[in-house]
Design a protein around this ligand. Structure first.
Ligand code: ADP
Ligand code: TPW
Length: 581
């Protein structure tokens, strides 16, 4: 209170200064930077932040677990090329969200986890505050960057810094710590507003040097069996038309990584997806576009790859070059700029016809083998029967987003279900993580408004299954297809002692369809491919939340799916015998 307001003889009263606080400044800073949706779980100290965001017309999607909210934010980042925002409470909520932040970073998805935190002075002296944790230190190893805002006047700066870090260069997850006390701090409104700004050009174009482009083109011109590998970085870049133009004008065969499927339609004549092994083994010049030579590409090593292959790599991160194999022609830059530069410098070349014919011949052979497998209609149903039914229905709906996780459920669906539109497939990704299912599906539906089909192994589904309530609460057009073979990988695991269920056993009689019914969604149970197709058609037509529990033969599936070779060799379950009494 000022002296003048105490002076009873004064004739005029000064108007009280308009005030604001950290909550308002955080919401205003997010809005100023076009953040339109926040995914999160509320509690102390961020409940009012979520309320205020909603009242300020930022859409708030409230989850049941922070991992799912975080995965949703990460998927939103991948789909929109803007950071997805996840809001978490201190300590346990923060830690629950951290898995998703780390996963986003590994996948190069832009995401910001904003977390409230407890009193700094109590945390630092370990005095035992409510939800006490040094969150900044905990986040650091798992994020692209971690920042803390310690003064209310730094909220705008912290948000600007988080946004730029998340999307610039190689995208990733950023942690932003805002202590409760900072959110509650009151300041003059005009002074507070002056501390906020809008990030200018957060993803500046980065063009490679002309010599680097020419060198790559020269190398490509020497190739007899060139191959382009498109990764999820290529999908993320949103340079679809330019990538397609390059591939079609050069006639080079291409291989889409799983989340790059649909960048060009999977039935494109230059797709080498159905002759993958041959393409890797024989290609002599390989152009990696937004794809890392990590485990998903066998590290570029023989025998999967031609040991004499030369690599061109298009990537925004210079340190990615030479991470696994020598990169003969690094093209460091953003994919759009690189393809602009390539288009300007590429001379017309003859399509590698003999090589394309060789791949086409192998493709035809493999497609025929696959068709035979899919045509079989055994009872009980197996993965391929159920997935063929999903494929046929989704084929009529190219607008559908496909989310996919599990082991066999992932590997078989990836091969069976074609994609025809860019960025419409989201899956376990670089870490092979389970639990992304419902979070990714919710983000895809929220960000696009389009229908989503989530194809889930029964184990994989369980990691985020409670989000069915979220799906129903927001009435999202998500159909979850659970491939229920009653187990992790398979449902016929044996405990030689016959006491408890085996480590891989789940309940094959589980009725996942009843779960969604508990929340008012539509449940289906399908025991044949025809029933799967009918249920999926009906569910998609309804436009509402639905779940199809597909009863799959418990003996269907391979342990660890297509990556069974990664299991350490040792005593296997087949060698175990009950102890003799
Ligand atoms: P996949 O798993 O599909 O093979 P990865 O996640 O391994 O793909 O690779 C994605 C790569 O794309 C990362 O190395 C990342 O740095 C790169 N990247 C992401 N966005 C861009 C972009 N706009 N321009 C160039 N490279 C990008
Ligand atoms: C966070 C390990 C890899 S795949 C999988 C697990 C548990 C589930 C496989 O069974 P599912 O699919 O989903 O029923 P299917 O078609 O083979 O029957 N925890 C995390 N991530 C991973 N990858 C695991 C555990 C795993």
């Amino acid at each position: 209170m000022t002296a003048s307001t105490l002076d009873t003889t004064a004739t005029t009263v000064e108007p009280a200064a308009e005030l604001t606080d950290g909550y308002h400044l955080a919401v205003d800073a997010l809005k100023l930077n076009d953040i339109r949706t926040i995914y999160g779980v509320v509690g102390i100290p961020i409940t009012d932040l979520a309320r205020l965001a909603q009242a300020s017309d930022i859409r708030y999607i409230g989850f049941r677990h922070e991992s799912d909210a975080g995965h949703a934010a990460a998927a939103a980042g991948f789909l929109t090329k803007k950071p997805g925002v996840c809001l978490t409470v201190s300590a346990p909520g923060f830690l629950n969200g951290l898995v998703a932040l780390a996963n986003a970073t590994r996948n190069c998805f832009p995401m910001i986890q904003i977390s409230g935190s407890s009193e700094r002075h109590l945390i630092d002296l370990k005095q035992g505050d409510y939800e006490e944790l040094d969150q900044l230190a905990a986040a650091e190893p798992f994020a692209k960057a971690a920042y803390r805002v310690s003064r209310v006047e730094d909220i705008g700066r912290g948000i600007a810094r988080a946004i730029r870090t998340a999307v610039s260069g190689r995208p990733g997850g950023v942690y932003l710590d805002i202590p409760a006390a900072v959110l509650g701090e009151v300041v003059d409104a005009a002074a507070g507003a002056a501390t906020l700004w809008r990030v200018v050009d957060p993803t500046p174009h980065q063009r490679p040097a002309t010599e680097a482009v020419d060198h790559a083109i020269e190398l490509l011109a020497t190739a007899r069996r060139p191959l382009v590998v498109l990764g999820k970085g290529a999908a993320y870049a949103q340079a679809d038309a330019k990538i397609r133009e390059f591939i079609e004008s050069t006639g080079i065969p291409y291989l889409p990584m799983s989340m790059a499927k649909g960048l060009l339609p999977d039935d494109h004549p230059q797709s080498a997806a159905t002759a993958r092994s041959l393409a890797l083994r024989r290609a002599d010049v390989v152009m990696l576009v937004g794809a890392r030579l990590n485990w998903l590409l066998n590290h570029g090593r023989a025998p999967q790859w031609n040991p004499a292959a030369k690599f061109i790599q298009v990537d925004i991160d210079p340190a990615e070059m030479d991470s696994n194999q020598p990169i003969a022609a690094p093209l460091v830059g953003d994919i759009e700029s690189v393809f602009d530069a390539l288009a300007e410098r590429t001379e017309p070349v003859a399509a590698p016809t003999a090589w394309r014919d060789e791949l086409a011949e192998r493709s035809a052979h493999n497609v025929a083998k696959m068709a035979q497998r899919l045509a079989a209609d055994p009872h009980p149903m197996r993965f391929s029967g159920a997935l063929k039914a999903v494929r046929d229905v989704v084929h009529e709906r190219p607008d559908v987003y496909l989310v996919n996780e599990g082991a066999n459920a992932l590997d078989i669906a990836r091969n069976v279900i074609d994609m025809r539109v860019p960025r419409h497939r989201l899956d376990s990704g670089t870490w092979g993580v389970m639990g992304i299912g419902m979070g990714y599906a919710i983000a895809a539906a929220v960000e696009s408004g389009a229908p989503v089909v989530a194809v889930e192994g029964d184990s994989a589904f369980g990691f985020s299954g409670m989000e069915l309530e979220t799906v129903c609460r927001y009435r999202l057009p998500i159909v979850t297809v659970v491939l229920n073979n009653g187990g992790v990988y398979r449902g016929d695991g044996v405990n030689p002692l016959a006491t408890d269920p085996s480590p891989t056993t789940l309940m094959s009689e589980a009725r996942h369809d009843k779960m969604i019914e508990a929340f008012g969604g539509k449940g289906f149970r399908a025991t044949t491919p025809a029933e799967v197709a009918a249920a999926l058609t009906e569910a998609l037509a309804s436009g509402g939340p639905a779940l199809i529990d597909c009863v799959i033969d418990p003996s269907a599936g391979t342990e660890s799916g297509h990556i069974a070779h990664l299991n350490p060799k040792g005593v296997t379950v087949g060698n175990l015998t009950p102890p003799t009494k």
